[in-house]
Design a protein around this ligand. Structure first.
Ligand SMILES: [Fe+2]
Length: 398
């Protein structure tokens, strides 16, 4: 495959999508076409808060029976995925499960993908880590996000923690058949959860736009997501009940999800995956810390792309050079992180400085993401990125 963006062959794949305030109320009717008995995969938080009732009632109303699985933590481990696969093996024929419904944040939707995968492929799940290693598509899958960020509802990836670092299963075989995106479900998110999931979505959009796999389909999705997030994330953060802002954020996360699922994330997620699990940092927080430094690192290779990001973020571009605009895109991201009370350095989250060299080595293991980064990341470059990221010195040369 060519390393030049313009010469690469690409493929676009996405699930059917229903979007809108109150869209979750359509679950009952559409679910009937999928079967009479469902496995709902949802996080413990959705069960404890009673939020899951909304979809349980919908299924009951249309005569669809279900069982619920919630035995996993946010940002699940490979071990928890193996446990779910084992559970699925036990209940699949005994309970007559015909389809899977995932309900919750990205972790719950990813675990629902595991359930579907395990229904048609032998254990262990571990053998499917990597790209295109899943032989068969499993039970039909409906995904209903309750956050606006992960894009998992439309993506072909499942992120799992293994040996302290994040790794992925990437395969069209785990993609949902239907995504139901209802912004009303996101209204109860706390300001902090709103900010970190929103920044995850921004990272997807900007990284997909920087990726060498970016193309004529994913570019407009990424740029639209960037402008919607820039205009609405502060609003959703400061007033969770602002349904207009919530709707825009849900749509933006969806667009960003389609952009990264088809064009891939790049060095930002590679850096975030290298340290998030070890220090117990939420995925969105880690992506937020990494994003501006990776933009700065990539600015040398793709100033015109970052200038586009600045314009999408609302920067007045008249009279400014491409390089000046690229710098302003980075400043805009820092500004947004600051407004959302999120950290902008590794130092702030308590990472010891002496760990930086090892974290850089971890980053290099994320070959899938680094191969599509527009500027080559070797050990020296990864070290430099992590050093500057530790100090939080966005003015430093990377
Ligand atoms: Fe992400």
């Amino acid at each position: 495959m060519s390393h030049f963006r313009g010469l690469r062959t690409y493929k676009i794949k996405m699930p059917e999508v229903i979007v809108g305030a109150g869209a979750a109320k359509e679950l009952g009717e559409v679910a009937k076409a999928f079967g009479r008995r469902a496995l709902i995969v949802a996080g413990r938080g959705s069960l404890e808060s009673g939020r899951i009732k909304a979809i349980e009632d919908e299924l009951t109303r249309t005569g669809v029976d279900f069982i619920v699985y919630s035995d996993f933590d946010p940002e699940p481990t490979l071990g928890q995925a193996e446990k779910l696969a084992e559970y699925l093996g036990r209940v699949l024929s005994r309970e007559g499960v015909e389809f899977v419904v995932g309900f919750g944040g990205g972790s719950s939707l990813d675990m629902a993908k595991i359930a579907s995968l395990a229904s048609a492929n032998p254990r262990p799940v571990e053998q499917y880590m990597g790209i295109d290693r899943v032989p068969r598509k499993g039970l039909p899958l409906i995904l209903i996000p309750t956050t606006a960020g992960s894009g998992s509802e439309v993506s072909k990836s499942i992120v799992l923690t293994r040996d302290g670092i994040k790794d992925s299963i990437v395969s069209e075989k785990v993609m949902a058949d239907l995504a139901i995106v209802d912004p009303v479900l996101t209204i109860t998110m706390s300001p902090h959860l709103t900010s970190i999931t929103g920044i995850d979505a921004l990272s997807h959009a900007i990284e997909a736009y920087m990726s060498i796999n970016a193309n004529a389909f994913t570019d407009p999705l990424a740029l639209k997501a960037i402008s919607m997030i820039s205009a609405n994330l502060r609003r959703a953060y400061s007033n969770g009940g602002d349904l207009d802002a919530r709707k825009s954020m849900s749509e933006a996360a969806l667009l960003a999800g389609l952009a990264f699922s088809n064009a891939s994330n790049c060095a930002g997620h590679a850096a975030a995956y290298a340290f998030a699990a070890k220090y117990g940092v939420a995925h969105g927080v880690a992506c937020g810390i990494a994003l501006p430094y990776v933009m700065k690192f990539n600015a040398l290779a793709i100033p015109e792309r970052l200038a586009d990001v600045a314009i999408a973020m609302g920067v007045e571009g008249e009279g400014l050079s491409t390089r000046e605009l690229a710098q302003l895109a980075i400043a805009e991201v820092i500004d947004l992180l600051t407004d959302l009370d999120l950290p902008t350095s590794l130092q702030e989250i308590g990472v010891p400085e002496e760990d930086v060299a090892r974290l850089a080595e971890n980053m290099l293991k994320m070959t899938r993401l680094l191969e599509v980064n527009p500027r080559r990341v070797g050990l020296e470059e990864a070290r430099k990125i992590f050093e500057v990221m530790w100090h939080g010195d966005i003015e430093a040369k990377i």
